[in-house]
Design a protein around this ligand. Structure first.
Ligand SMILES: [Zn+2]
Length: 233
């Protein structure tokens, strides 16, 4: 295995730090790396066939984005958002995503609309073959695509982070059997975008995010408040 280069240059061999963080993100999005998974550098280095330095760089990047948490003396873990943090993620999205749509409205190009509609079609296909992993990934991708089309790199960076956290929130708090994003709502948002109706697009997006939030079980009573007699009556 290659030793660490002494400069900024990445150590040679195997996938790049970019590729590693991208693949880890993908795994988080698809719930193959569930919340609170411990990420041991050595095992990851082995799995990717790269040096530990590269793994460390990829982990540092993802922890900087809030997707991983570092616990002193314990290691690095996939983040595990609390109920409060989960609600904050949706609050942040309800502020950010209408702003993105407002920017995009009126200047969206035909090929951009085609890309959005293509993503929706792929979501539909994933839904038809009941491929839950692909469904979650593609629904998140729809929202990211809107951010990317806006061409503000700072906003799309925020969205990347928020979408990844949303995937973790869904993994933690999803009620079994509910889809990630109600399908027709993405359609309606793109229709509003295409017709240049920014107000409607924003309203639909806020409603959509609230819908997704409401399908989650985000009210967790404290353990001691549970009346077992009631539970088992
Ligand atoms: Zn959605």
């Amino acid at each position: 295995m290659a030793k660490t280069a002494n400069s900024e240059a990445e150590p040679t061999g195997g996938p790049s730090v970019d590729e590693i963080s991208e693949r880890m993100l993908q795994a988080i999005w698809e719930h193959r790396l569930p919340p609170a998974t411990k990420l041991a550098e050595e095992k990851l280095a082995e799995a990717f066939g790269v040096s530990r330095t590269k793994i460390r760089l990829a982990l540092a990047r993802l922890s900087h984005d809030g997707i991983l948490t570092v616990e002193p003396n314990r290691g690095t873990f996939v983040a595990s958002p609390t109920v409060q943090q989960a609600r904050q993620v949706f609050d942040a999205r309800r502020v950010l995503e209408p702003a993105l749509l407002r920017d995009l409205c009126g200047q969206v190009k035909r090929d951009q609309l085609t890309r959005l509609r293509k993503n929706i079609a792929m979501e539909g296909e994933a839904r038809e073959r009941n491929d839950r992993r692909a469904m979650i990934r593609l629904s998140g991708q729809f929202h990211l695509l809107i951010a990317e089309l806006g061409q503000n790199p700072y906003l799309s960076k925020c969205m990347r982070e928020l979408c990844s956290l949303t995937c973790l929130v869904i993994a933690l708090y999803d009620a079994p059997g509910t889809p990630a994003c109600p399908h027709h709502e993405h359609h309606d948002i793109v229709d509003a975008l295409e017709s240049g109706d920014a107000e409607r697009a924003c309203m639909l997006m806020i409603e959509h995010l609230t819908h997704v939030e409401n399908t989650l079980r985000l009210e967790m009573p404290a353990d001691e408040d549970i009346d077992f007699r009631e539970v088992f009556a």
